[in-house]
Design a protein around this ligand. Structure first.
Ligand code: F6R
Length: 607
């Protein structure tokens, strides 16, 4: 969740640290801070709240030093204030940390009993004190760190600097991701390649249990057993230049508008428009032979799994389970041999999804990940990877990652269905044709932006909002509700329309907008009955459908958005867009921080 950065530089480093923290702010924004090495000591500047506060602080009180570490925090232990902001430091050591030190209570009691004074309520500060204690016992920094690491339980990515040792930084990884960047006479560490993008494109990823000693000349990596080990240096394609708002008011809006382009880019990797056939890369196993497919993810990515369940069962005729990663990983389910487990994650670092992947690997499943960050841990630990080519997604609310995940899952469905004989070549050609039209249709959907903004005026007044749909639209209803609650803070629920009369219909009154996702497909008539039931009870329906649907029912709705008519197969990809825009405009009207909603972070690397 938190973002960390470290630089052993040639000249003043504070500004570069701050710029890197900007690229990491999506990981957390409860507080931020930097520490640099100056005249044999450690200088720190920290500030509560978003990075702007740290920037102002640094403008008032600049900080020198060519080596330093920085942190942007998503609070776990200790409220978000300056005292709890990282880096945590003693007079000899400063530390930034992403993760949770689970045994910090025991360690802090031990340290306090030994006469040390802890200044914060965090789990992190014990690391600085533990290393300091071993330094005071006469250890060199590397040995002191190694001894301290051996005492830590939990998950962490750590960056550590030492007073008076300007050409030294130590990095350690257990659980939480950490990348080391190699520059010309400079070295960097960061939570991800994006943080390091403008600094270098030469990156090595620490594996679980690794720790590394960095100087301006290079890096020595040790594995969990303490053996020196070589980790592959990769050239990353991540571009720092891609990460701007490009004239849009918010990253979220920019990312919504990028969808026609990035869905097209994603399709381009898997679809041959001439032959109207899907071609997946070679896998080390045959996904079509899977006896069962288990789809696992969190949040929005989980809703992509839910759409895919309908597709894979219906079209590819394969048994599918879907599961929320945080539930799946602790259930201890037996996974029958011959199964394929698919993990979906924008970041590729979500702790619960990663743990579920490791579980599936142990259960001897074939594993496939669909990720937006190809260098991520989930990608590296899966047998096969299908990338979503969405480009960096910075807005905390996932938008383009979701629709590109759906695009990849649609291609996977067609490939598996064809190989299993469930989808004929003709049907494949028709469905691929529908898919290749999605970018153009998505651009048409964006034309309804203004209409959705008008509707958002009404939604913004509500205290509760219901989203209804059937089939794949049920998954989009849940995604719409999640989008609305996370950025506008309005309570929203996504329901299967047929479930209304089993309870939630009791909520209906004129103050609860009911957003119905209803492309005209074979379930339309059923959804129409549910809409009638809602309206008969005074519910105000906001109706998202196509020309046919609007003709049949639109006149009864309080508001209507008429979307392009498409093959029902691709409807969930397109209907995701209006629910994103509706949430976006509602949040703007309510004046929330759209890109950085309260209490959230983009990359959830703690359990
Ligand atoms: C919601 C959202 C989250 C993520 C979830 C999984 O808009 O972005 O629900 O979808 O945290 O993240 P990834 O896909 O990175 O594993």
């Amino acid at each position: 969740m938190c973002g960390i950065i470290g630089i052993i530089g040639k000249d003043a480093v504070a500004e570069k640290l701050l710029a890197a923290l900007r690229r990491l702010e999506y990981r957390g924004y409860d507080s931020a801070g930097i520490a640099t090495l100056v005249d044999g000591g450690i200088e720190r500047r920290r500030a509560e709240g978003k990075l702007d506060n740290l920037e102002k602080r640094l403008a008032r009180e600049p900080i020198a030093g060519r080596t330093g570490i920085g942190h942007t925090r998503w609070a776990t232990h200790g409220v978000p204030n300056e005292k709890n902001a990282h880096p945590h430091a003693t007079d000899r050591v400063a530390v930034v940390h992403n993760g949770i030190i689970e045994n910090f209570q025991d360690l802090s009691e031990e340290l306090v009993a030994a006469g040390r004074r802890l200044a914060s309520d965090t789990d992190t500060e014990v690391v600085a004190h533990l290393i300091t204690r071993y330094l005071e016992e006469g250890d060199e920094p590397a040995r002191a760190t190694k001894r301290a690491l051996a005492r830590l339980e939990g998950a962490f990515a750590l960056g550590i600097v030492f007073a008076g040792r300007d050409d030294l930084m130590i990095a350690a990884r257990r659980g939480s991701p950490l990348a080391i960047g190699i520059g010309a006479g400079e070295m960097y560490l960061g939570s991800d390649a994006l943080a390091l993008a403008p600094l270098t494109n030469k990156i090595l990823y620490l594996e679980d249990g690794d720790w590394a000693v960095m100087t301006s000349k290079g890096v020595t990596v040790y594995d969990a057993e303490g053996r020196e080990i070589r980790r592959k240096v990769r050239k990353t394609a991540v571009s720092g230049a891609a990460v701007g708002k490009g004239g849009y008011r918010h990253f979220m809006l920019k990312e919504i508008y990028e969808q026609p382009q990035v869905i097209g880019d994603t399709l381009h990797s898997f679809v041959n428009p001439a032959t109207r056939a899907v071609t997946l890369p070679e896998f080390p196993f045959d996904p079509a032979k899977a006896t069962r497919i288990t789809l696992i993810a969190c949040g929005t990515s989980f809703y992509a799994c839910l759409v895919a369940k309908y597709w894979l069962e219906r079209l590819a005729r394969v048994p599918v389970e879907v599961d929320i990663a945080s539930e799946f990983r602790y259930r201890g389910a037996d996974m029958p041999e011959g199964g394929l487990a698919v993990f979906i994650s924008q970041s590729g670092e979500t702790a619960d999804t990663l743990a579920a992947l490791r579980y599936a690997n142990k259960q001897r499943q074939h594993t496939l990940s669909i990720v937006n960050v190809p260098e991520s841990t989930i990608a590296r630990e899966s047998e096969a990877v299908l990338p979503t080519n969405a480009g960096p997604e910075v807005g905390v609310a996932s938008t383009k990652a979701f629709t590109t995940q759906l695009t990849v899952l649609a291609c996977l469905t067609l490939a598996i269905g064809r190989a299993r004989g469930a989808i004929t070549p003709d049907a494949e050609a028709r469905l691929v044709g529908a898919l290749t039209e999605v970018p153009a249709r998505a651009a048409e959907v964006l034309n309804h932006d203004e209409r959705l903004r008008e509707i958002a005026e009404e939604v913004a007044k509500a205290r509760d909002v219901l989203y209804l749909g059937r089939g794949t639209s049920y998954a989009i209803a849940m995604e719409g509700a999640l989008k609305l609650k996370e950025i506008s803070y309005i309570h929203a629920e996504g329901y299967a329309a047929g479930e209304m009369k089993h309870g939630p219909i009791a909520l209906i009154d004129e103050g609860v907008p009911v957003i119905v996702i209803a492309p005209s497909d074979e379930l339309f008539a059923k959804t129409a009955s549910n809409i009638a039931e809602v309206m008969a009870r005074g519910g105000r329906v906001i109706f998202l459908s196509d020309a046919k649907g609007v003709q049949r029912l639109g006149w009864q709705a309080a508001a209507t958005v008429q979307l392009p008519e498409v093959d029902p197969f691709v409807a969930p990809i397109l209907y995701a867009i209006p629910v994103q825009l509706l949430a976006y405009h509602t949040a703007v009207i309510k004046g929330t921080d759209v890109d950085r909603p309260r209490n959230l972070a983009k990359s959830v690397t703690v359990e």
